[in-house]
Design a protein around this ligand. Structure first.
Ligand code: UD1
Length: 420
């Protein structure tokens, strides 16, 4: 298995180009199943999760052509409806195909994803959404088995114990596009990736209003057509490079990212003393002086993203003073803490909060990635630690960051991938 090896210490300088958003690409690729016609998706990042989604599409009998950052999906008259355990177990977002398969074929059989290292990953809201549209849903032999001859529009309240759900909103919205009549979904997630998905669905002929707000209305249509779409930039990748610039006291232009998708991250970084300005095609991030500790609470969008929690914790762990990081979306998402502490961080867990005592220096060590964003935090730690850091289990990193070692090296980092 590959490892990433980093010699810490240098400042990052230069420009980095942000790739298309993983969390847009996955539901959009799944949405191509709503029609027999060909769709073309551009600016798709080369990531392990995207390749897993392509494997799922192919396992359904769908033709997929891939060229650089463009993916062409031609479902034709496919009729398989099973997303198998061996693929779903490697990527929870496989659940994205539930709504499209049910709406287009009238049946879907998706392996239950189970829990994962960031805590339990229930799917009750996905089931609630499709049941409200009239689907018959059963759990059989570890699979969700959903059937419906014709979905019917309905009024649905989709709020959950931990707030709205991004992918349950996507499932319900996609299923409702082909339902008979009108669907009103209340307490939807408002993430920019859902707006991107809705734009793609509209190009396919869907009639959707209100996406980006908690109330979404869908007027069902009889059929959808193929469409051409370009994926929005990845705000989490952008946020990660912004923290990389700040933590190394560097000066980096983060190209192609959208300011309006990053306001909560920008706010916390600016409060910490990081200088962020708009530039021609993105944001310039500098951290010339000493930074201040800031408290962070993760929330659904437009709040601070849980997918940036580990990276922000890393920044705070080398910022002198005390900060409190509270996780409200996935309260158990703290596996990175023990690895960061092995490098010299002082972080204590108290329920769903981490109390971070900023230290002056970290020292490089062999560390193990536990999940996608935790891996990013370990890479950031390696960039500032004294000496060498070896990050193992980097397959987590490859799920969500396109060529991270190449992009960081181009900014001056001493980083390489070692094939093992
Ligand atoms: C998406 C993102 C992921 C991000 C997360 C939260 C994709 C592919 N992934 O995941 O990167 O970390 O949003 O911003 O877009 N929940 C329930 N019942 C459900 C579904 C979720 O209780 O049926 C809970 C979850 O356990 C969690 C909260 O709702 O506490 C939010 O999770 P959710 O928004 O569903 O995450 P995903 O959509 O899976």
């Amino acid at each position: 298995m590959d490892e990433i090896v980093i010699d810490g210490g240098g400042k990052l300088q230069g420009r980095v180009k942000i790739s298309g958003a993983k969390n847009s690409a996955l539901p959009i690729l799944a949405a191509t199943l709503l029609t027999e016609e060909t769709s073309v998706i551009e600016n798709v990042p080369h990531l392990r999760d995207v390749h897993t989604m392509v494997k799922i599409l192919r396992s359904l009998g769908v033709k997929v052509r891939m060229a650089t950052d463009r993916i062409e999906v031609s479902p034709g008259k496919f009729n398989k409806c099973v997303a198998p355990y061996k693929l779903v177990s490697t990527m929870r977002a496989s659940i994205c195909v539930l709504g499209p398969l049910l709406a287009h074929l009238g049946r879907a059989q998706i392996s239950l994803p189970g829990g994962c290292v960031i805590g339990p990953r229930p799917i009750d809201l996905h089931i609630k959404g499709i049941e409200a549209l009239g689907a018959d849903v059963k759990i059989e032999h570890g699979y969700i088995v959903a059937r419906s001859k014709q979905l019917v529009g309905s009024d649905i309240y989709l709020g959950g114990h931990f707030g709205p759900s991004v992918l349950a909103t996507a499932t319900t919205m996609m299923a409702a596009t082909l339902a008979k009549g009108k669907t009103v979904i209340e307490s939807c997630a408002c993430e920019p990736e859902l707006i991107d998905l809705a734009e793609f669905l509209r190009k396919m002929g869907a009639r959707i209003k209100g996406v980006g707000s908690p109330r979404v209305e869908v007027d069902g249509v009889e059929r959808l057509k193929g469409a051409h779409h370009t994926i929005t930039p990845d705000r989490i990748e952008a946020g990660t490079y912004m923290v990389a610039a700040a933590i190394t006291r560097g000066d980096v232009e983060v190209e192609g990212c959208r300011f309006d998708h990053l306001t909560a991250v920008i706010d916390r970084l600016q409060q910490a003393g990081v200088k962020i300005t708009k530039c021609a095609n993105g944001l310039r991030v500098r951290a010339p002086g000493k930074l201040r500790p800031v408290d962070v609470t993760t929330l659904s969008y437009p709040g601070f993203p849980t997918d940036m929690q580990a990276q922000m914790m890393m920044l705070m762990s080398v910022t002198e003073g005390i900060s409190v990081i509270t996780e409200k979306v996935f309260p158990d998402r703290f596996l990175h803490v023990s690895e960061l502490n092995r490098m010299g961080s002082h972080i204590f867990l108290e329920g769903s909060s981490a109390i971070v005592h900023g230290v002056k220096r970290l020292s490089g060590a062999p560390v193990m990635a536990s999940d996608l964003r935790a891996s990013a935090a370990l890479i950031l730690a390696g960039l500032v630690a004294e000496g060498r850091t070896d990050v193992s289990r980097v397959y987590h990193l490859d799920r969500g960051y396109e060529r991270i070692e190449d992009k960081l090296r181009a900014l001056g980092a001493k980083i390489k991938r070692v094939k093992k």
